[in-house]
Design a protein around this ligand. Structure first.
Ligand code: ADP
Ligand code: XUL
Length: 526
């Protein structure tokens, strides 16, 4: 552990879609500094809305790379202090020929945005909101012999926002720019490069969001690279572990901002891996965010990548993995059912959950008001205890069927990716608006047969990056685990514990839920 008297600071930078944030902690994990720059309001000259430019086709979504650099200039000017790490997954930056020479010789009298004006072959970087690469996705999956082959290698099927498909599009539509590219970074490794004064490696965890990395060997997949664009291996550089110390900070930051000369840069990563670190997940844990849409993160040991969801290399333990699942029908569907079945009151909704038994008398429902991501289906489906389709439930049963169905689906899909409940040790960490509702959390706890804790995730990506910086530096000297390094951080709050009778009921119900989901998907195919 860090000596608490040690004056070192560990900084996390969060390059999110709309703003750049920074957070610094000391060796005792206390937050000592926070700051931010809003892109739209503080850098109006770039004309972004919500940090991005949406092109006329409504599919292409980019952000000006110089805006990110100017934001960093501003943020550092604002604080003039020490230390680090970054985020926003899938975005790509195209450094032009000669840019590394520029990076290595930065004049501390000038701002980064002045110095790096000519350093990018593509001025507008594609970001995660871009969905214009459907053709490239189809080509990648079909060339590899199907989506499952790509899943087995990279942990995800082809997604429009994933960087490999973005690179393929740049290569096809702007060949001259691609030709003039000396290096391709993710937003994370781009930010690390600025601090390092040299091209920084892509880390395994953010690298998993590209449809290019073999998540088991942690090397670029030759077949994926070859299918995406020529010469990619050299353009990407070798990937490194997420806790790798990449080197000392560039002399530019020492001269201009007074960073200590021995300040080191730990690999940067994406926002989801950084949040995973910030929430301090451990093996067997699952984090469930109950917001507008629902998101599930879990720690997995033996990955089984599937057509739904993503498996990434784990950002805090290189021998493990993290799974990410997104569900579109979250709070808005709960609100719709609340309005129809509980007179618009959460209290009424909660009462229905309390007044119906675990297992809801064998009634099960799937509620996809809008096209769901996990699984890809739309519509509302209900079966009763005999497995017969029914067109409606009583109001109370409907509420319970919705919440049970939502959590059974989360457990089913997490387990399909390799998640395992560890009896007596697994925890569920709940966040988001609906995590304030204890009756909803009780169903969550019962379905996962694990205690539910609530956590404050405001700034979890930023905080996670600062934790990772500390862990990266400590692991140079010893093989210390991430959880050991952060063990003294604030503990999550215990909210509810599982009802011992629930386990058996939900183990059975999970099988019936899976059958119903298969049936719905088959019917949709015909
Ligand atoms: P976002 O994902 O947009 O950040 P939040 O995490 O803030 O959203 O969650 C907002 C949602 O929380 C609202 O849409 C609302 O449905 C839900 N919510 C708020 N209070 C409760 C409650 N007591 N019970 C259930 N859901 C709630
Ligand atoms: C994850 C994803 C988003 C972005 C947001 O796959 O695309 O969560 O990382 O920054």
């Amino acid at each position: 552990m860090a000596d608490p008297k040690d004056r070192s600071l560990y900084m996390g930078f969060d390059f999110s879609t709309q703003q750049l944030k920074v957070m610094a902690i000391d060796g005792t994990l206390t937050v000592v500094h926070q700051g931010n720059v809003q892109f739209d309001s503080e850098l109006p000259e770039f004309g972004t809305q919500g940090g991005v430019h949406i092109q006329a086709d409504r599919l292409t979504v980019t952000s000006p790379v110089l805006m990110w650099i100017k934001a960093l200039d501003l943020l550092l000017d604002k604080m003039k202090k020490a230390g680090f790490d970054f985020s926003l997954q899938h975005g790509s930056v195209y450094w032009s020929t000669g840019a590394n020479h520029t990076l290595k010789h930065l004049d501390p009298e000038k701002s980064l945005s002045q110095l790096l004006q000519e350093s990018f072959a593509v001025a507008d970087s594609p970001v995660w909101m871009d969905s214009s690469t459907t053709l490239q996705c189809q080509y990648l999956e079909s060339t590899l012999g199907g989506a499952q082959t790509l899943v087995d290698i990279t942990g995800s099927r082809a997604y429009e926002r994933f960087t490999g498909n973005q690179i393929a599009k740049i290569h096809q539509t702007r060949p001259d720019r691609y030709q003039n590219t000396e290096r391709i970074s993710l937003v994370s490794s781009f930010a690390a490069s600025l601090f390092l004064g040299d091209y920084a490696a892509i880390d395994y965890s953010d690298g998993s969001g590209m449809n290019l990395l073999d998540i088991r060997t942690r090397c670029w997949s030759e077949v994926c690279l070859g299918t995406t664009a020529p010469g990619l291996e050299k353009l990407l550089g070798a990937p490194r572990p997420s806790n790798a110390v990449l080197g000392r900070v560039s002399p530019y930051f020492v001269a201009r901002y007074g960073f200590p000369e021995d300040c080191r840069v730990v690999a940067f990563t994406g926002d989801n891996p950084a949040s995973f670190a910030g929430m301090r997940l451990q093996e067997g844990d699952i984090a469930v965010s109950l917001g507008t849409s629902d998101t599930v993160f879990s720690w997995i040991k033996q990955p089984r990548p599937a057509l739904e969801g993503h498996v990434f290399c784990n950002p805090v333990d290189w021998q493990s993995y993290m799974a990410l699942l997104c569900f579109k029908n979250g709070s808005l569907t709960r609100e719709r059912v609340r309005n129809q079945c509980a007179g618009g009151s959460w209290e009424g909704f909660s009462a229905a959950l309390r007044d119906t038994p675990v297992g809801n008398h064998g009634n099960i429902g799937l509620y996809f008001d809008v096209m769901e991501i996990t699984p890809s289906a739309v519509g509302v489906y209900r079966i009763d205890s005999h497995g017969s389709k029914v067109s409606g439930f009583s109001a109370q049963v409907e509420v319970k069927a919705l919440v049970e169905g939502q959590f059974l689906s989360k457990r089913l899909h997490a387990e399909r990716l390799g998640y395992r409940i560890i009896p007596g040790s697994s925890r569920v960490l709940a966040t988001g608006g609906a995590s304030s509702n204890k009756d909803i959390l009780q169903v969550l706890s019962d379905v996962f047969d694990a205690p539910v804790f609530t956590i404050d995730v405001a700034n979890s990506a930023c905080l996670g990056s600062a934790y990772r910086a500390l862990h990266g530096l400590e692991s140079v000297e010893s093989d210390v685990s991430f959880s050991d390094v952060v063990k003294n951080a604030m503990e999550p709050q215990l909210a509810v514990t599982p009802n011992p009778r629930a386990k058996e009921v939900y183990n059975q119900m999970l099988k019936r839920y899976a059958e119903l989901e298969d049936r719905v998907l088959q019917e949709a195919d015909h």
